[in-house]
Design a binder for this molecule. Structure first.
Ligand SMILES: *[C@@H]1O[C@H](CO)[C@@H](O)[C@H](O)[C@H]1NC(C)=O
Ligand SMILES: *[C@@H]1O[C@H](CO)[C@@H](O)[C@H](O)[C@H]1NC(C)=O
Length: 359
């Protein structure tokens, strides 16, 4: 009897070979797989890694809705995305095949028809710990989930009760944050340092994340992608502040052990809740690209493209000149990845999405 080679087998193989075969997965296969599994939309929660401009309407200094941000976006439009172009979640939406971007839920120009393929509730400078968002006066996850409830109400008005329920059931929820919990909160402010050891704080963040996942599950989520933190000790800003030209190893160790704790907890939640959950190891993806730039056609992986590339991000990058070719850089500003790097992350994320969620 001939054994059928299933898409799941192909995808599993692709995932195993992922570091060798970046981009090997055919976009047509992903789209067919997504359609077969009724994949409906993307609903995004998190920080600047996935905020398409929700912060634009908030009273906060954490914004990126002015040039040179967005110089490689459609019509060179600065949208509030902290990059020269699209975010990883935009590329994931494109791979699935419904839209080229994931719009911000708080965008005043959002049309009712945009709701159907998903939106982002993310807010730059937010984190798993609500105190992190409070420091910058941005939206904590609890508030982002409140907006998700508003989203559900609007969606029901657009497509009806039954269809709205299905869209959420077959949607992919994405959570991407954690860096600010360390950089803006734990390492900078005394509140949490007085309360927790580093390990204790990591455990606290994991418990916050766990609570958020259970809440999403209660609100109808069945498929979830959690994005781990990058090696934030390699961010140009962190290196500048710490007065070193190499990555800050203690920070990277904190990032890496936090990712491990998250992935362990997610495995437990998968069993407990019966949800499909994928963990995207951004740490490994970024580290691989930074250590093997030529494999990804990158030339500069230590400095950002905006200004001097050592300290500028957000307001301090406003109106500055940039490097001539951001696609050769890993970092757009002193903190955030270029569109090129976001695409590299998205390609890997799409693979694990295929393996973990659509099998
Ligand atoms: C897709 O939707 C159809 C119709 O509602 C349903 O019968 C089928 O089981 C769904 N497929 C998956 C993989 O959930
Ligand atoms: C945020 O901080 C302010 C001032 O420190 C405080 O009054 C407020 O209650 C905090 N908000 C939340 C949601 O924790």
């Amino acid at each position: 009897m001939a054994r059928k080679v299933t898409m799941a087998m192909i995808l599993t193989l692709a995932a195993l070979m992922a570091p060798l075969l970046t981009g090997a997965l055919d976009i047509g296969q992903i789209r067919a797989l997504a359609a077969r599994h009724n994949l409906s939309c993307i609903l995004v929660f998190g920080d600047s890694s996935v905020d398409p401009g929700n912060n634009n309407i908030l009273q906060t200094t954490m914004k990126g809705n002015f040039p040179p941000y967005g110089k490689d976006f459609f019509n060179a439009r600065p949208t509030g995305r902290f990059s020269d172009g699209r975010l990883a979640t935009d590329f994931i939406a494109e791979a699935i095949g419904y839209s080229k971007i994931v719009p911000a839920f708080l965008d005043p120009k959002l049309r009712p028809s945009d709701l159907v393929h998903g939106v982002s509730f993310a807010s730059a400078a937010s984190g798993y710990d609500d105190l992190t968002a409070n420091i910058s006066n941005v939206l904590p996850v609890s508030k982002q989930l409140e907006y998700f409830l508003h989203y559900k109400i609007h969606l029901r008005k657009v497509v009806g009760e039954k269809k709205a329920k299905d869209i959420i059931k077959y949607g992919v929820f994405v959570m991407s944050m954690g860096t600010n919990d360390f950089l803006q909160n734990y390492y900078l402010q005394s509140t949490r340092t007085e309360q927790f050891s580093l390990t204790g704080f990591q455990n606290f963040l994991v418990s916050c994340m766990s609570h958020d996942v259970e809440e999403m599950h209660r609100l109808g989520a069945t498929r979830l992608v959690v994005v781990g933190v990058p090696p934030f000790g390699c961010m140009p800003l962190v290196k500048t502040i710490m007065g070193t030209t190499t990555c800050v190893e203690s920070y990277n160790a904190a990032a890496s052990s936090f990712n491990y704790k998250m992935s362990e907890q997610l495995a437990a939640l998968k069993t407990k809740l019966g949800m499909k959950i994928a963990f995207v190891d951004t740490y490994r993806i970024v580290e691989h690209a930074v250590n093997n730039p030529t494999l990804y056609d990158l030339k500069e992986t230590s400095k950002g493209c905006c200004g001097t590339g050592t300290i500028e991000y957000g307001d301090s990058c406003k109106g500055l000149s940039t490097c001539s070719d951001p696609s050769k850089y890993a970092f757009w500003d002193a903190v955030h990845p270029t569109e090129k790097m976001n695409k590299i992350i998205a390609d890997e994320a799409v693979k694990s999405l295929g393996v973990e969620l659509l099998t």
